[in-house]
Design a protein around this ligand. Structure first.
Ligand code: CP3
Length: 354
């Protein structure tokens, strides 16, 4: 094996966890639960430790990253931790001038427009992100049998921030490049695939037990365009990490029409938002893959009985699945009552105990 034995030993501590078993479509003692954005503003302890520290700075401090990643594990008893970072961290690490603006999201100082901009994207090496290696090492030592999920942004979603210069509703400049200069587009997402693969490899080599590729905004595309312009780059990322043998999760919002293709890109687990019930999602994805999802995060603002009823709907739809990881259909909203999340974890465990 190519990796140091310490990381291997730490990863194997989590090997029989419900989360990793469900990803591998093996029998589980209960349905595992974690939440996208489980670390973050819904937690008062997060707001406290982040006070006065800009988002990107906080991602570069291993002790702080470790503390923030562990907070939802301690508080909610979720079945997996997700590494605290952001999809734009690897871009920042190779020298792209960008920032994360509170309440807005990533903002790129000089958006990508021409072929000359490609030169700004060099490959990412582990030396670019020493703080990630350090934090993952500290985390896996602390987490014991609880798995750590590493993650990265998929080429399309990263490209959309680089081209639009920030968050977008309609992706007009991104689509203008896709349709107007498909060669430049292919070169751009090809380079991003390399950077994303590099970022995932750093996390896996340091001890992450699974990885999630966030193509959050891929739902903006029609299936034929996704297949032609996006899938090859995402497949390149999945292929690059395949030799490690860790489960690969693929998620996007509003991707009901793309679920089959997102699985085909090379995922072991396909993330589903709340717009498609899991039994229907399973038909679209086909056999041989686990599913993750899919309670609407806004449901958590309803009374407890309503949350429980909607949760049972998700579990019922998941009953025939080969593997199910319970999650929200997108990230935890900042105003969510953390108590509702803790109860949801307990409720899913209790309702699914075998
Ligand atoms: O708990 C976790 O899920 C791990 C941490 C995590 C963050 N970002 C921390 C963060 C993860 C997995 C991400 C991924 C990410 N970042 C995605 C894909 C997931 C998704 O939501 O679809 C995207 C699109 C981004 C880009 C981004 N970064 C956005 C849209 C925002 C929100 C801006 C805002 O203020 O509302 C960020 C900032 C960000 N990343 C925050 C957190 C906790 C909020 C910043 C803060 O707390 O100050």
């Amino acid at each position: 094996r190519r990796e140091p034995s310490q990381q291997q030993t730490r990863r194997s501590a989590a090997h029989d966890s419900a989360f990793l078993r469900a990803c591998r479509r093996e029998p589980v003692p209960h349905t595992p639960v974690w939440f996208m954005r489980q670390a973050g503003r819904s937690l008062p302890e997060y707001r406290k430790v982040r006070e006065g520290i800009p988002m990107l700075d906080s991602c570069m401090r291993p002790e702080l990253v470790t503390e923030i990643t562990l907070q939802p594990v301690r508080r909610h008893g979720v079945d997996a931790a997700i590494f605290f970072s952001d999809i734009v961290v690897p871009l920042k690490a190779i020298g792209i001038d960008l920032d994360i603006k509170p309440g807005v999201g990533p903002v790129v100082a000089e958006p990508f427009r021409t072929r000359a901009d490609l030169a700004r994207l060099r490959p990412l090496t582990p030396e670019d992100v020493p703080y990630v290696t350090e934090a993952v090492g500290m985390l896996t030592a602390e987490l014991g049998t609880t798995p750590l999920i590493g993650f990265a942004g998929a080429p399309f979603t990263l490209a959309s921030y680089l081209i639009e210069g920030g968050p977008s509703r309609s992706y007009e400049r991104t689509k203008a490049m896709i349709y107007g200069d498909p060669e430049l587009w292919a070169d751009l997402v090809g380079r991003l695939a390399g950077i994303t693969s590099g970022f995932l490899k750093v996390q896996i080599e340091a001890g992450a037990s699974a990885v999630q590729l966030f193509d959050s905004w891929a739902g903006a595309l029609a299936p034929a365009d996704y297949r032609q312009f996006v899938m090859p780059a995402s497949a390149k990322v999945f292929d690059a990490v395949a030799p490690y043998g860790v489960p690969r999760i693929h998620f996007g919002v509003g991707t009901g029409e793309l679920l089959g293709l997102m699985g085909e890109a090379g995922a072991d687990v396909v993330g589903v938002d709340w717009r498609v019930p899991l039994d229907e999602a399973a038909r679209r994805v086909g056999p041989g893959k686990a599913l993750q999802g899919n309670l609407d995060p806004a449901v958590l603002f309803a009374p407890r009985e309503a949350v429980e009823a909607k949760t049972r709907e998700v579990l019922d739809a998941a009953r025939g699945l080969e593997g199910h990881v319970f999650n929200l259909g997108h990230g935890v909203m900042p105003a969510t009552d953390p108590g509702a999340l803790t109860h949801l974890v307990q409720y899913v465990h209790e309702q699914s105990r075998r």
